[in-house]
Design a protein around this ligand. Structure first.
Ligand code: ARG
Length: 568
């Protein structure tokens, strides 16, 4: 924990009698850095003392905060707030020391205490197209995974592949009627068969019955159905893995829906034993209307086949047994919110205390992200298009960025940065409008802008003509009096806080916003904080600050799934 903040808390607690935790959560920041480094709102203290908040602020400034300290320089009342200013050189020294000693970044912390956060994300449907919703889930879930990891939690990434269900019946019918053995090895051909089935079904409704029959056979273990299922599954997984490699998505488990095949009956049995189920028109349902959920959950159809929620019920129970999670997160579009309400309610009614640790991390839709197939996005095509657009953009600006060595690799990274960042810079619940030109631009609140900021510092480090300091003793933080330097120091110090808030709100957009602020602080400082040609100690101290910022940009980008570049 930041010892400067700590000291402020101890002193505020002594002077006001409020508990330290309450002060900690009340502390904010003054609107501008000139006003101070921490702001304490005096409302709660004022209430306890039956005084007006401004009077309390003044009293604190004149009393407790007059005492000399190595860390806190001054404090001043501003209306109902007490603004506290650190000895800035001492603060800078601490921040730079932290940035150095934290081997990888400033974020590795023990606060997660190894607690397990299971994250169900990406989870595409085999043999059905990977659509933008799955892309969003992959991006948001992956970011949460890495943020929790950095905070010292133990994340478990689960890909709940949609590899069981009536879509297989449809695909098998498609294959039997219009397909060939070769199609089984070709993901695009499989997608086409699936689409064709839906087109034809409109003309010949009896196809739906055939599909249901094939899926029923599959659930009964019919050899032909199983052979086709296996082949389709293999082809799909190979395809997904290729994409996941390309975007750096990793999973600890690929326990898809089929994995729960033999675990559904026991789960259904639990529900029956708990008296939750009833039979309605031959189907097994759970009526949840007494709990404010008006659509009953369907566990088993009249023909005996199971459903998506049946598998999710078995999966949740299995996951608790397997992982003893502290939280179980489902990163899935908001259109499935009824499904998760039903699921969590059933788990609660089954008496599982961990039911309240399950959370639907819902997100809105992406508008305007399409390739020639309309709304369906073949992710590979999308990534290719991003790379091509990035390349074009880079070539148009070639005089501004002459350094590129491996153009193709840079273009790939810029493309990924464009797609990922335009997703993650929005609060997840919002629908967002994807716009190629905006996303790929090096200016504005974009991924490429952040990559550029990182590469620019790398350039400064390479070209400044001095070696970075070997130890903190080679630095003098009194040489950083500029407001631009202080702003950067302050921002660097707040990285762990941004991560913590992102984890608490399950909102990677907090990290995205933080990184943009940091990059803007950086942008404002290049002209003022020159390194090259400056006196050695000054140059080294400034360089150290840039090194710290670079490390955080790289770590933050990595958490968002965007690889940072040394040159671009
Ligand atoms: N495969 C599902 C779909 O595409 C998403 C699965 C999400 N995870 C879950 N446990 N239900 O709609």
């Amino acid at each position: 924990m930041n010892p400067f903040r700590e000291e402020a808390i101890v002193r505020l607690a002594a002077a006001t009698g409020l508990p330290p935790e309450q002060i900690d959560s009340a502390l904010t920041y003054p609107p501008t850095p000139e006003l101070g480094d921490l702001a304490f709102p005096c409302f709660a203290a004022a209430k306890a003392r039956r005084q007006a908040p401004p009077a309390v602020a003044q009293e604190l400034a004149r009393g407790e905060f007059q005492k000399p300290s190595d860390r806190i320089a001054s404090a001043a009342a501003a209306g109902p707030y007490l603004n506290i200013t650190f000895h800035r050189h001492a603060f800078a020294e601490w921040v730079l020391g932290e940035a150095r000693s934290a081997a990888e970044d400033l974020s590795r912390s023990a606060e997660g205490g190894g607690r397990v956060v299971a994250i169900d994300y990406s989870s595409p449907n085999i043999a059905k197209p990977f659509h933008v919703g799955h892309l969003r889930s992959t991006i948001i879930g992956g970011a949460l995974y890495r943020i929790f990891e950095a905070l010292g939690y133990r994340p478990v990434g689960i890909n709940h592949l949609g590899d069981w269900g009536t879509q297989f019946g449809k695909l098998i019918v498609g294959f039997k009627r219009w397909g060939s053995e070769a199609d089984l090895k070709d993901i695009l051909a499989l997608n086409r068969l699936y689409v064709k089935f839906h087109d034809e079904e409109k003309k010949s409704p009896q196809l739906a019955g055939e599909a249901r029959e094939w899926f029923r056979k599959q659930e009964a273990g019919d050899p032909e159905a199983m052979r086709l299922w296996q082949a389709i599954r293999d082809t799909s997984i190979e395809y997904f893995k290729r994409i996941y490699d390309r975007i750096g998505a990793r999973f600890d488990a690929y326990a898809g829906e089929s994995f729960f095949n033999d675990k559904m009956e026991p789960a259904i049995h639990l529900a029956e034993k708990a008296g939750l189920t009833q039979v309605s028109e031959g189907a097994l349902i759970i009526d949840l209307s007494a709990h404010g959920i008006n659509t009953p959950a369907l566990l088993r159809k009249a023909d005996g086949s199971t459903l998506y929620i049946t598998r999710d019920l078995a999966a949740a129970i299995y996951r608790y047994d397997a992982y003893r999670f502290d939280q179980l997160l489902y990163v899935v579009g908001s259109e499935q919110s009824l499904h998760f309400q039903q699921l969590f309610k059933i788990l609660e009614l089954l008496g599982y205390p961990w039911a309240k640790s399950c959370n639907h991390v819902a997100f809105g839709r992406v508008l305007g992200m399409s390739t020639r197939e309309g709304n369906v996005v073949y992710l590979e095509e999308l990534l290719d298009e991003a790379r091509e657009r990035a390349l074009k953009n880079m070539r148009e600006n070639v005089e501004k960025r002459p350094e590129v060595e491996d153009e193709a690799a840079v273009a790939e990274a810029v493309g990924i940065a464009a797609i990922f960042f335009s997703d993650l810079s929005n609060r997840r619940i919002k629908d967002y409008q994807f716009d190629w030109n905006r996303a790929i631009s090096f200016e504005g609140d974009t991924g490429p802008y952040l990559l550029n900021a990182h590469a620019r510092i790398a350039g400064i480090i390479r070209k400044c003509g001095i070696e970075p300091a070997r130890s903190l003793k080679d630095l003098d933080c009194r040489l950083l009096p500029e407001p631009e330097a202080h702003r950067l120091v302050m921002q660097v110090s707040r990285f762990p806080e941004a991560l913590r808030q992102a984890a608490e709100e399950l909102e990677p957009a907090v990290v995205a916003g933080y990184l943009l602020d940091l990059a803007k602080g950086l942008h404002a400082s290049y002209q003022v904080l020159r390194v090259k040609g400056e006196e050695e100690k000054l140059a080294r101290t400034r360089l150290e600050l840039f090194v710290a910022v670079k490390r955080i940009l790289a770590a933050g980008l990595r958490m968002l799934g965007i690889p940072a570049l040394e040159r671009m």
